[in-house]
Design a protein around this ligand. Sequence first.
Ligand code: ZN
Length: 260
Amino acid sequence: MRCIYCLETGNPARGRPHVVPEAVGKNDIVLPPGAECDSCNAYLGQLDNVLAKHPLVALGAQLLRVPGKKGRVRRVIGTVRQAEKERAIAIPVHAEECATRDGSTWRVTPLVDSQFDDFKFRRSLHHVGLNVIAYQRGIEVALESRFDPVRSYVREPKPSEKWGFGQLPLFNGISSEIRLLLVPDQGMVAIGMRLFAAAFYVDLLNSGALPAWIDGEKANSPDLRYWGPADGVPVSQVWDGKPRFEVLIDLELPNPSSAK
Ligand SMILES: [Zn+2]
């Protein structure tokens, strides 16, 4: 079978690649054997570790105690760690952010690890996106030449290449169920992926239509935001790993195994 990332036919391909990496959470959604060659699978595994460390993905996974690849709850994902107290997580914040109170709501801006790689994160989102095409539409569709640019972006990007994406925090609908969908829209091949405390949207054709589509969706989802190629984590929100303040989140959530 031809690898959907490097297009080689002769490379060994023994594994069944996961559509959503197990670094994000243990799951059984896999592609047919050979869809990804072993070489691409090993390379892309490194990329996917970054996806799990996105602050919203890590926050959701830790709140829900989603097991990782080895089937165990992880002590730390990105900056989010399981606290000693059961069913609580701890995230680093700037001290001054802890004191901002708006009515009954405390506002906290979690810090992003200085090692978090926005370039790799975006490529990993597009990796999952092309996997969704292969999973839902078939390998032959994923091999179509219109997906050659996204293949190259994922596997061999140009220096400083960054594609845009949409991001929607889901604090009211946090769920351990991973959801993947194709968004029908003329001109784009848009994929939505819901990963615990956030949904992300990518356009596999990088057609330029995603920002306008996101604007249209804001009526339903006001917190949906487009992150363009020039956007990045503000320096003020980067955690340098030095001694810091923490916010402890202690929530009664449904048991992940019974969550719908
Ligand atoms: Zn390959």
